[in-house]
Design a protein around this ligand. Structure first.
Ligand SMILES: Cc1cc2nc3c(=O)[nH]c(=O)nc-3n(C[C@H](O)[C@H](O)[C@H](O)COP(=O)(O)O)c2cc1C
Length: 340
């Protein structure tokens, strides 16, 4: 099964005038998909593209990557890095996309999917789906402003109406989007209900641009099943790639993790975080990563409690050392109670 999955994931995929040699991508995740986690994932390899967490379209045109905590990247990752924007109007999204193109990113991704109240209150993210004409206007304007690929990430809408998602997919394509990432949940649902993969199929059938399926991809079996059930052109993986940053290498390159992979990976992340951030902020980001990491273990709740009882990165490292003195029992599927 892993063989067939990797064969599919390693088939070329054309997005606008670019050919990807790998169809598995890191989903955008604010607070998780930062420069340090992306470097960690890159050290294992095996992905086609990485997406940044959402960046404010209003801030991006004058953001300084040397001082920004979010709008920050390594030069060598730009060739496979897509910057995600959230915003509420065509003008600011287009100006921000121009900056992204100028910096040399592979592409720009427009967020029509985030249902967090703070974002929706500003008329951004999934709130835009309440105004399909504005969605079209934004995508049209951005795709006219830049020549790099324009991605759109969206969800079903505010009601459980698959036809709405299909109509939006067509609208995005007509407005100039080059690829879609579809997360098949209704906006009020966060991640507490299962995603409706069958709607990925409807979206995929409705357009001729590539569609990346997203939602609850945990094990290679899930990836194979999503492809089989939906015929989506690629897989977008979020939380599981945080829990196991080697997941791309495992699914596409035959990487076989050794027994100490959890310990060495968490330890490595502490180092990379400190390469980019001061100690308090690095600790904060490690604590955000921790629930996903601990979801890999049978007694993950206890581990998490112990791990986050830390003020400094030295504390985190000492906690890791003591947790891994005994070999904690791992789970094949993550503990979803920790996987928020
Ligand atoms: C902590 C966190 C932050 C997220 N931030 C973003 C974001 O900035 N932009 C976005 O489009 N989706 C965001 N998402 C949603 C993910 O991209 C993805 O759609 C969701 O986690 C489902 O995929 P998964 O089951 O593979 O995790 C976020 C998810 C999590 C858990």
């Amino acid at each position: 099964m892993l063989n067939t999955l990797s064969q599919y994931l390693l088939k070329d995929l054309t997005i606008k005038n670019h050919t990807l040699h790998n169809r598995m991508v890191l989903a955008p995740m604010a607070g998780l998909g930062h420069i340090a986690l992306r470097q960690l994932i890159s050290e294992f390899g095996g992905f086609g593209l990485l997406f940044t967490g959402m960046c404010s379209a209003k801030a991006v045109p004058h953001e300084n990557p040397n001082t920004s905590l979010v709008f920050k990247w390594r030069q060598e990752e730009l060739k496979h890095l897509v910057c995600q924007l959230f915003g509420s109007d065509a003008e600011s999204m287009s100006r921000a996309a121009e900056r992204i193109e100028k910096e040399g990113f592979f592409g720009v991704d427009l967020n029509f999917g985030c249902s967090v109240a703070a974002i929706c209150k500003k008329g951004c993210g999934a709130a835009l789906l309440k105004n399909p004409d504005l969605c079209s206007k934004i995508v049209k304007s951005v795709s006219k402003s830049v020549s790099i690929p324009v991605f759109v990430k969206f969800r079903i809408g505010w009601e459980n109406n698959p036809q709405f998602a299909v109509d939006m997919a067509r609208r995005f394509e007509d407005a100039g989007a080059d690829a879609l990432t579809f997360h098949p949940r209704v906006a009020p649902d966060r991640r507490n209900r299962p995603p409706q993969w069958e709607i990925i199929k409807l979206v995929q059938q409705a357009v001729s641009i590539p569609v990346f399926g997203n939602g609850n991809l945990f094990q290679a079996e899930d990836g194979a099943r999503m492809i089989e059930q939906t015929s989506c052109q690629g897989l977008s993986v979020g939380r599981m790639a945080v829990a196991r940053p080697w997941l791309f290498a495992q699914w596409t390159n035959g990487f076989s993790p050794g027994e100490d992979i959890f310990f060495t990976t968490a330890r490595r992340l502490t180092q990379i975080l400190l390469d980019y951030y001061d100690d308090p902020f690095a600790v904060k980001l490690f604590k955000k990563f921790s629930p996903y990491f601990c979801a890999n273990f049978k007694f993950g709740h206890h581990m998490l409690k112990k791990l986050v009882r830390a003020q400094t990165m030295d504390d985190i490292r000492n906690n890791l050392d003591s947790i891994f003195e005994s070999t904690p029992e791992t789970l094949l599927r993550p503990n979803l109670n920790l996987f928020l």
